[in-house]
Write a protein that binds this ligand. Sequence first.
Ligand SMILES: [Zn+2]
Length: 705
Amino acid sequence: MDPEDEIYRRIIMAGKGFKDADNQAPLYYRTTEEMLEEFTYLGKEKAIEVVITNTNKIADMIEKISPVRPDKCPPVIEDSDKTLREICYNKAHSMYGPNLPKQVEERLEHELHSIITNGFAVMYIIAQKLVWKSNEDGYLVGSRGSVGSSFVATMAGITEVNPLSAHYYCTNCFYSDFESEEVRKYAGSSGCDMPDKNCPVCGQPLSKDGHDIPFETFLGFNGDKEPDIDLNFSGEYQSKAHDYTEVIFGEGHTFRAGTIGTLADKTAYGYVLKYNEERGKHKRRAEIDRIASGCVGVRRTTGQHPGGIIVLPHGEKIYSFTPVQRPANDMTTKTITTHFDYHSIDHNLLKLDILGHDDPTMIRMLEDLTGLDAQTIRLDDQKVLSLFDNLSALRIKPEDISGCDLGCLGIPEFGTDFVMQMLRDTKPKSFSDLVRISGLSHGTDVWLNNAQTLIAEGKCTLSTAICTRDDIMTYLINKGVDSGHSFKIMESVRKGKGLTPEMEEEMLASDVPEWYIWSCKRIKYMFPKAHAAAYVMMAFRIAYFKVYYPLAYYAAYFSIRASAFNYELMCLGRERLERYMADYKRRSNELTKKEQDVLKDMRIVQEMYARGFDFMPIDIYKAKAHHFQIVDEKRLMPSLSTIDGLGDKAADAVVEAIADGPFLSRDDFRSRTKVSSTVVDLMADLGLLGDLPISNQISLMDFLK
Ligand SMILES: [Zn+2]
């Protein structure tokens, strides 16, 4: 803007490696007087014409335009409204019988009305098509965000979370119980926590369901909150799901959501330091900060959203919304992204979030290894629940696993030190408790400096603390606060905006306790309950395998979740592992990021050894490239990719080479697999190449002898 601002451009160009960064043209925004000054050589009159008259003339010729279109252009799928209604009612009748319980019918009608009148049915149908396709291909899909608050989403198969209140239902005679006194005791909790019961009509065991989540978290009270359906597909399946959007909408109608990478604080600071250092200049800290802050946020590169797909409706041209490009100037990629950041156009065009996640991949591998359908796993299994409190189900002691007293190492979202401390503080007893803890652990300033203190001081308990967004709205409505206001308060708190004086006043007038208001004011970000419930369902299933199918669990964990598994450090026996662990722990303050990951994986391996299981040495002819295999009742065969330095591609190459027959020598192995000689030497040291001679010639000599 001003002449002195050129320093920022200078710094950024220097940071980008431009040699001529110090030769800056005087590029800045000139005032009218400065412009007239620049043009004095034309004479006064001509200068005024050029600087003032003509520029105004041009401006007058241009109508007011916005770089992005203002209108909303959702894709159209014929009869979405009708199809959605049909799918939901078919599913509801298959679960709850020909005469739907009134809670089911009312919720369905209420939601369908809201969804259809606001034009969101098409979003549901798209999500439904994607999820059904993935399920058909053998992969569960996890739901993210608040979509599990929608019973229509449940009935359309988009989410596994059933948001109705806790209830029993009979799949045999269609008896149901939503309102008996014993069921109502579970208000706010999950139906799976209720005791088992047989159908009073036909005697069959009843099914239990419901997580008690209000629909309003998803669409707002007037159905006017812009909904987002975010789905977690298996990482292995994500690209297929992306391709499938082209099948649904037609070629050329889907684009990856583009992002704009800007200069981050640290990078900017680094640029300034380097610039001064290279020129032998010394600047005060405050001056460096000032210049760095002027550089922050400048566009640096373009990229793509990890799962965002932008949908272009038929009959429209993408160029009327945004230019398109290949990301990061990479002309070789097939990916086409929107040039505008998707936030700038998501009011026009539908964006689908099709993300990749490890949980569905884990579940698929566990199902393949055990033949058990993960969806049949009960969510009230006591042994599984005990993992979150003690080690009894694993039949080991804390001293066996470096003092850890819980069984949830490696359970998604529950295996970190932060969450394990939360488990010790709160002692969960049920699925609902785990959902609360998941809410607490995913929020910002919801647990630390907040619920943790309140629980320790005895002001609230795990079941009364604010754990998820939904808790606030449900609680306030129950206290008698107007439902629309309750929703607004929830939205304000979950976004970290705290409470306005009017909100506080209204809450006090409804007898909301001081601690509750205090807690609301501290919260910076909160998880929706539906998301917590979806995560805990996946985690619980994985935990079930950990208890009952330990080798399958460890095989799947090491194949999919482990990020730094190392054959040499971990697979050569418990004693050796523990020696390495002791060394890592001694250096715990100076571990690199990679070493921290190694230590994390070591803890799981230690637990596996403690439970009496072991690894078999890798047999290069039998090991798989990336997946561990169960060899017998006690042992796993690690994958080839666990050998340090042997990358994913090299592991694949080994497997491919084996198809052409056995290796004759180490040289033969190296030339056929393209594995580096360092790795070949390591493999030989580890005894993985058996008695292969060094080269083919020696084997010929051996033969002659
Ligand atoms: Zn029955």
